[in-house]
Design a protein around this ligand. Structure first.
Ligand SMILES: Nc1nc2c(c(=O)[nH]1)N[C@H]1C(S)=C(S)[C@@H](COP(=O)(O)OP(=O)(O)OC[C@H]3O[C@@H](n4cnc5c(=O)[nH]c(N)nc54)[C@H](O)[C@@H]3O)O[C@H]1N2
Ligand SMILES: Nc1nc2c(c(=O)[nH]1)N[C@H]1C(S)=C(S)[C@@H](COP(=O)(O)OP(=O)(O)OC[C@H]3O[C@@H](n4cnc5c(=O)[nH]c(N)nc54)[C@H](O)[C@@H]3O)O[C@H]1N2
Ligand code: SF4
Ligand SMILES: [Mo]
Length: 761
């Protein structure tokens, strides 16, 4: 498919959302010139959305870094060579470790929507530094859901996934899959449900989203009131005798407690509270109860709003009390190829504030509190990789202050981001199309897949893939001696079977190297694979070998059913296949085997949540007469992709990152489309252009996510900001009491017209 220069069609994947659709791309020189879906990808099967077709703008970004950078005393940056950067960074990290302990070195990130292989190697750097605390974006969205999964099913790693493709009824709670996807081939699946009179879609969202437009039932809640909506739905199940009693008796404990609370729900009052018509809500509940299979998806609309963790619990009760679990078309517990969490489970808390750590991840919203203090256990240094916390965490001003207070900040990124500008050193990474890459967003059931992508281009001059960066950091930290690895190197060059035979014995003798395993594999097996193929970068696939072994050991039946006799067979298939490999095929019983409570049952009434559950009737919501609007700060739109694209030219249709508002509110404020307004929160004030839309309720305004990136104006060289950066407006203190997820979707705000000015765009 390619000419002698490598121009032509290649297989790869989209890196813009967690679905990572398989792509075929045409390359010319260093450019991606055409894109189409890869029909051979086992999950996306040729599907893409319009964003994937423009992924070339990521590779062409004009914001790429091409040299390690070091901050000067005056705050500007100077280029330094890699050896200097690695030596100085490791010297300074080691000094922090030796003075304050490795626990004071905090790791953030490790992968975005398309790249998790670097994060696997970061585990070795962290081990060499003794760094034990980490976090990433999941700790401002999914940790509440993980924690509830842990309470219901045994451990946070019992993560459920919905089978929307086969569900008779699909329920979306604070989720707009038409724009945000979240499951394979989302638009095709949504259209199929909408077109089938025997199936139904229920959407709970204060906005009439593109998904709600396709739905049979749109429960248009007031922002932040989902807990009352969900509790009313559960109340109807009890009142109308719609509980699946056989399921509850066979598989659960704690039902009496739940029923006790639900029997007392004043359904009419709860419907009034959430602003949903009671008869519509009852009809939606009856449709769920009638269905042979139901799958439910909760996402940011509830996970980043008041009662976030309680909402996760109530949402899960909806499918559990109707028996929609462990069957096709319902909710199942899937396999996983690797963890996206921070490791080190148990009941750990943060060193300063004592906040609960879920899935190994520190609540993202408390990071500044763990730094901006005189507490002796505060974080002193940070390694940030493939994420942009100075833009994506709540309260950007606070986050910048926290970064400034640290002794050392090192950022590994492809671009000069808002976070990189706060660093002491910036290390330039090769792009996701310039190295071997994969994601661990493997969340499907019964067929779960991993897609290892080969590089399309050589690394941009001056950049390195993260696995190589971590190898250099770990080496410079003196964490192992070159000669130690000789026996494994020899075994690796003898063959895969010889390496496998030697590996476990070697590691048993060298427990000090176990936590460095990713780099040990890179140095040994990785170098042998590289020598075989003549591509040095392929050494990065060695960590996949290790993960393939653990996957085969953890899920022997599912990996065998997928056609692989052992971890080596699985690894060879992953290495050889450019469209992705189904690594596990589960049978119907698999979900039950993954319940980790000793009694094998689902615990419906975790004590930790009962008092808030029972207290809903009298619970309040934050309101403030000075800030009469609810701002959802960070909505997914057709022209958003987190901060992965920095080049605004990728947008075909640019709404300028408009503030959406209802016609009623626009009339009251005397503004119309493109009029400028000030948006003021307790934290800050900013100007935005208005877009009037009848999809919103009065009192609710929304801004997109991922905007407000600083750009260099090509004509003047000055920095210009591309829309509103949502987290200049948010507060870290507005967060979930259990796991600290921030309430980005519920920011109290005031909106005022800027007199007689119309935006130029
Ligand atoms: N186009 C695009 N797709 C993306 C991304 C992107 O940047 N752009 N980002 C990806 C990422 S990282 C993620 S996590 C997912 C997120 O995917 P989603 O969670 O679907 O994204 P959002 O649009 O942020 O929020 C979902 C919905 O919550 C609604 N909402 C707001 N307040 C409330 C409320 O109080 N209650 C309820 N029930 N709903 C409410 C909003 O109206 C919105 O429709 O998207 C992924 N996909
Ligand atoms: N107010 C508000 N805030 C939000 C949200 C919201 O809805 N509202 N959504 C939240 C959610 S759900 C998420 S997931 C986060 C996302 O926020 P972050 O996790 O901070 O990440 P991204 O914006 O996805 O940015 C990814 C980074 O990776 C870099 N990058 C791209 N490719 C590579 C590579 O190959 N190597 C390296 N080293 N770097 C690379 C990009 O330049 C960018 O800096 O934002 C959260 N913040
Ligand atoms: S659904 Fe996600 S992964 Fe697929 S093409 Fe669209 S943005 Fe890319
Ligand atoms: Mo996300």
């Amino acid at each position: 498919m390619t000419d002698s220069d490598g121009n032509g069609w290649h297989k790869t994947a989209c890196i813009l959302c967690s679905i990572n659709c398989g792509l075929e791309v045409r390359t010319e020189g260093r450019e991606i010139t055409r894109v189409r879906g890869d029909k051979d990808h086992p999950l996306s099967r040729g599907y893409t959305c319009e964003k994937g077709l423009r992924v070339g703008h990521y590779q062409d970004s004009t914001h790429r870094l091409t040299s390690p950078l070091r901050r000067r005393a005056d705050g500007s940056f100077e280029e330094v060579d890699w050896d200097t950067a690695i030596a100085e960074i490791t010297g300074r990290f080691a000094a922090v470790r030796d003075t304050h302990g490795g626990e004071s070195i905090f790791y953030y990130g490790g992968g975005g929507q398309g790249n998790h292989l670097g994060g696997a190697y970061a585990t070795a750097t962290r081990a060499a530094l003794g760094s034990v605390f980490s976090s990433n974006a999941l700790a401002q969205e999914k940790t509440g859901e993980f924690w509830v999964d842990g309470l219901l099913y045994g451990r946070p790693r019992c993560h459920t996934t919905g089978d929307y493709e086969h569900a008779e009824v699909a329920v979306f709670v604070g989720k707009n899959p038409w724009q945000s996807h979240g499951f394979p081939r989302a638009r095709t699946v949504l259209k199929a449900i909408a077109a089938d009179p025997d199936r139904a879609m229920i959407v709970i969202d204060p906005r009439r989203t593109e998904t709600a437009d396709l739905a049979d039932f749109h429960l248009q809640v007031r922002p932040g009131t989902d807990a009352w909506c969900l509790a009313a739905m559960l109340g109807v199940l009890v009142e109308e005798g719609l509980i699946d009693k056989a399921f509850v008796e066979a598989h659960t404990t704690g039902y009496e407690t739940v029923e006790g609370v639900l029997g007392g729900v004043d359904i009419g009052a709860f419907c009034d509270r959430c602003g949903v018509d009671e008869s519509l809500l009852r009809d939606a509940v009856r449709r769920i109860a009638d269905a042979s299979c139901v799958a439910v998806y909760e996402d940011l609309g509830v996970q980043q709003a008041p009662n976030s963790t309680l909402n996760s619990y109530l949402e899960k009760l909806v499918y559990l009390l109707t028996g929609n679990f462990a069957k096709p078309g319902t909710m199942n517990i899937h396999t996983r190829f690797a963890s996206l969490g921070g490791g080190g489970g148990g009941s750990r808390v943060t060193p300063v504030g004592g906040h609960r750590i879920v899935g190994g991840l520190i609540p993202a919203a408390v990071i500044p509190e763990e730094i901006l203090t005189t507490h002796p256990q505060r974080f002193r240094a940070m390694l940030i990789e493939s994420s942009n916390p100075a833009h994506s965490l709540p309260d950007s001003a606070d986050m910048r202050a926290a970064l400034a207070a640290l002794d050392l900040v090192v950022v590994i990124d492809v671009a000069m981001t808002e976070t990189a500008r706060c660093a002491d050193y910036v290390l330039p990474a090769a792009s996701q199309y310039e190295k071997w890459e994969t994601t661990f967003f493997n969340l499907e059931f019964p067929h779960n897949a991993l897609h290892l992508r080969a590089p399309l281009f050589d690394p941009l001059d001056g950049t390195l893939p993260e696995p190589e960066i971590h190898r250099r950091l770990v080496r410079a930290l003196g964490a192992y001696d070159e000669t130690d690895l000789e026996p494994l190197r020899e075994a690796a060059s003898a063959g895969r079977a010889e390496f496998t035979a030697a590996f476990l014995g070697f590691m048993a003798q060298r427990p000090d190297l176990v936590r460095l395993v990713a780099v040990v594999l890179y140095e040994t097996l990785g170098q042998a694979i590289a020598a075989d193929t003549g591509d040095e970068r392929v050494a990065a696939t060695a960590a996949i070998w290790g993960l393939a072994q653990t996957t085969a050991m953890t899920y022997p039946a599912a990996v065998t059913a997928a056609g692989f006799a052992d971890g080596n067979a699985l690894f060879e298939a992953i290495l050889a296949n450019r469209s992705g490999v189904v690594f596990s095929v589960d049978d119907e019983d698999a979900t039950w085997q993954r319940i980790l409570h000793q009694d094998g049952r689902i615990h419906l009434a975790p004590e930790e949540l009962q008092s808030d559950f029972a207290g809903l009737a009298t619970a309040g919501l934050p309101i403030d007469a000075d800030y009469p609007f609810v701002l959802s700060a960070g909505e997914r739109r057709g022209d958003t992709a987190n901060t992965i694209f920095r080049n605004p030219s990728w947008r075909k249709r640019d709404d300028g990152g408009a503030l959406r508002m209802s016609p009623g509110d626009a009339a009251r404020l005397g503004v119309g489309d493109r009029h400028l307004v000030t948006v003021t929160t307790r934290r800050a004030s900013t100007v935005a252009a208005v877009e009037v839309t009848d999809t919103l309720r009065d009192g609710h305004v929304t801004l997109p996510n991922g905007r407000g990136l600083d750009q260099l104006d090509p004509d003047t060289g000055k920095r210009i900001r591309d829309g509103v950066a949502p987290n200049e407006l948010t507060s870290a203190g507005d967060r979930d009491p259990y796991v600290g997820t921030p309430w980005h979707k519920y920011v109290l705000a005031r909106v005022e017209p800027v007199p007689a000015v119309e935006s130029p765009s």
